[in-house]
Ligand binder design. Structure first.
Ligand code: ZN
Length: 167
């Protein structure tokens, strides 16, 4: 069957940036499994896979806008350490994440990650590490099947490669 809304897709994939930097790939022998049409994979890849079927090989170039978004220079900030609440100041280290309002778009909340902690200043970024990058996907579709009613009500794939849980 063809990939469309409410199908369960199993696929092997590799993804690199347009500059050729390796980003991610599926595990050997363990295809990635997802419920199509529910925004579980990046929009540009989901669009490129629509209408494809089991056995198809798909090369897709996905622009940053359809992947992890454009790079936003306003989201790379140097913040004074004492602007953080005292209990948070103790936790500030590279990789620490917090939600805050977008510095120029009021009302929009952004997940920031701490990059560097200096004596008085903290360098943080609200950009995803892949923001601003076009991605090249190489996909081999292994299987396409209809989602079960249970999978649709949960909003994710079950079985090998999908979620395992008891109900
Ligand atoms: Zn479930």
């Amino acid at each position: 069957m063809d990939i469309g809304k409410n199908t369960i897709v199993s696929m092997h994939y590799r993804v690199a940036t347009a500059e050729g930097e390796h980003v991610d790939k599926s595990e050997e022998g363990h295809p990635m499994v997802y419920l199509h049409g529910h925004g579980q994979i990046i929009p540009g890849l989901e669009a490129a896979l629509a209408g494809r079927k089991s056995g198809d090989h798909v090369d897709a170039e996905v622009t940053a806008e359809n992947a992890y978004g454009a790079y936003d220079a306003a989201l790379d900030l140097q913040v004074s350490r004492d602007l953080f609440p005292e209990d948070v100041q103790k936790k500030l280290k590279p990789g620490f994440q917090f939600q805050a309002e977008h510095p120029t778009q009021a009302g929009e909340h952004v997940l920031f990650t701490v990059h560097t902690v200096e004596k008085d200043a903290v360098l943080v970024s609200g950009n995803h590490p892949l923001a601003g990058k076009s991605l090249l996907f190489t996909v081999d579709i292994v299987d396409v099947r209809p989602a079960t009613d249970e999978e649709l009500s949960h909003g994710h794939a079950h079985g090998p490669g999908g979620h395992h849980h008891h109900h």
